[in-house]
Design a binder for this molecule. Structure first.
Ligand code: PHE
Length: 447
């Protein structure tokens, strides 16, 4: 039987862009841009995406297609069972697991809000109530757990079907829908009074107002860029093994990076005009931006109810095309190491991630005393900070060292299949990428 590969180039791009475009773009990017002063963050983010993220993504595509496995299988095949680089593979699997655990909780909130806005008779939250409602939503353990599990079941259902029939089909349908919805929101926002202010906020770099250092903004931007591109944990390696030999990896990487960046920017334009058009709302609201500020905005807008339905549908779709990739990355590792079939591996991985997610539900109100990756924060914030600022950059660093120094240049050239690009890429991934990641990482810690 042939391998369950992607059927078409469009399918590969849809799946990888689907993985990349997620809560990170629609929920994380706007709120982090808002917290870190807007334009300066956006500019550094874009630089990180183009000069660091894109080559790291290409590295992962090369490793996966050459190694024909997930991060563990590929590194083992290319460098042997004793390879030190397997550390990045295991770290990446663990990172995917932690992210999936809290990702389903947040996606569950979005699903919950979607159902609320859609319910017959519901219009919008009463003015001024959206903060309280969000607080009540995340502390209602049984309802939140219900939606968390519902979302996980959707993810599991797709992953069990495999690549062609599950992930490729889902993302080929959903990604165009997602683009359509977000464009609709941005067009609607053109009519709002706050549009100009939002553009100014997002695109004009200004010195950080609260005096936070440029390095702390840079580490936040780098982590956000990696997270958003789904790199640093081997998720792209996992998808790359299903990519046909004849496909051009550089072109695919380029398309995915463009799609992901476009959606992040569009998400900013879908959210900030509403914030700036509503008196009393601040861009620096933080993690509650989409759930608290935006819903307050909906309450004050013509057609706010419909925009609410549309926005939360968007969030759920984007989250689903990402969570399938997180789960697939774990499932492949479990299949490779545990010699299990896809179905058993999927149930195991999804069950375990749901279990850890339950602690995030409790942790939405409870601060875990021993974890301190993010000061005074909940378990979701802890896992988010731990993965984004530590394990993801470390993983990306090791995978790029692997590509630059351990893989034979012939393999890299064969995979890239374009001498001009390979001539630039090989020295770049050897020197520039590790130095750039290390600098941002070290200065970020010191700063
Ligand atoms: N890139 C996704 C987002 O922006 C998150 C993700 C990370 C998905 C890693 C898959 C793998 O939300």
């Amino acid at each position: 039987m042939g391998k369950d590969n992607f059927k078409s180039k469009l399918g590969i791009i849809a799946a990888t862009a689907g993985s990349a475009v997620g809560l990170g773009n629609l929920w994380g990017f706007p709120y982090k841009a808002g917290e870190n002063g807007g334009g300066t963050f956006v500019l550094i983010y874009l630089l990180c995406v183009v000069f660091v993220g894109m080559p790291v993504m290409l590295s992962e595509f090369i490793i996966g297609r050459a190694g024909q496995g997930g991060p563990i299988g590929s590194v083992t095949k290319l460098d042997g069972e004793k390879s030190k680089f397997l550390s990045a593979s295991y770290l990446g699997t663990l990172t995917s697991f932690f992210i999936l655990s809290f990702y389903c909780v947040i996606a569950g909130w979005a699903l919950n809000y979607f159902c609320t806005y859609l319910a017959p008779g519901f219009s919008v939250f009463a003015d001024g109530n959206s903060g309280e409602i969000f607080g009540a939503t995340i502390s209602d353990f049984s309802t939140s757990t219900f939606y968390q599990i519902a979302f996980m079941l959707m993810t599991l259902g797709v992953v069990i079907l495999g690549i062609k029939n599950g992930i490729e089909k889902l993302t080929k349908i959903m990604m165009p829908v997602l683009f359509g919805i977000i464009l609709l929101m941005v067009f609607y926002n053109f009519t709002l009074s706050g549009f100009g202010e939002a553009v100014n906020f997002l695109f004009i770099p200004k010195p950080p107002a609260d005096g936070s250092s440029i390095f702390s903004i840079a580490i936040a931007a780098l982590g956000q860029a990696f997270f958003s591109l789904s790199i640093g944990m081997g998720a792209v390696i996992t998808y790359a093994q299903y990519v046909d030999k004849k496909e051009d990896l550089s072109k695919i990487t380029f398309s995915v990076v463009i799609a992901d960046t476009l959606v992040a920017i569009l998400a900013g334009l879908a959210i900030f005009p509403i914030i700036f058009s509503t008196p009393g709302l601040e861009p620096s609201e933080g993690a509650g931006l989409a759930f608290v500020s935006l819903t307050a905005g909906f309450s004050n807008m013509p057609f706010g109810h419909i925009i609410g339905v549309i926005f939360f549908a968007l969030l759920v779709i984007a989250a689903l095309t990402s969570s399938v990739s997180l789960l697939e990355n774990i499932v492949v590792a479990v299949m490779e190491k545990g010699k299990l079939n896809r179905k058993t591996a999927t149930f195991l991985a999804a069950g375990a991630a749901t279990f850890v997610g339950l602690f995030c539900q409790i942790g939405a109100n409870f601060q875990f005393p021993l974890l301190n990756f993010a000061a005074n924060s909940t378990l979701i914030d802890q896992l988010d900070a731990f993965t984004m600022q530590w394990t993801i950059p470390i993983g990306a660093f090791i995978f790029s060292i692997f590509t630059g120094y351990r893989l034979k240049p012939e393999i890299v050239r064969e995979q890239i299949n374009n001498d001009k690009i390979a001539n630039i890429f090989i020295p770049y991934v050897k020197v520039v990428i590790p130095v750039a990641i290390a600098c941002i990482f070290i200065f970020g810690i010191i700063g």
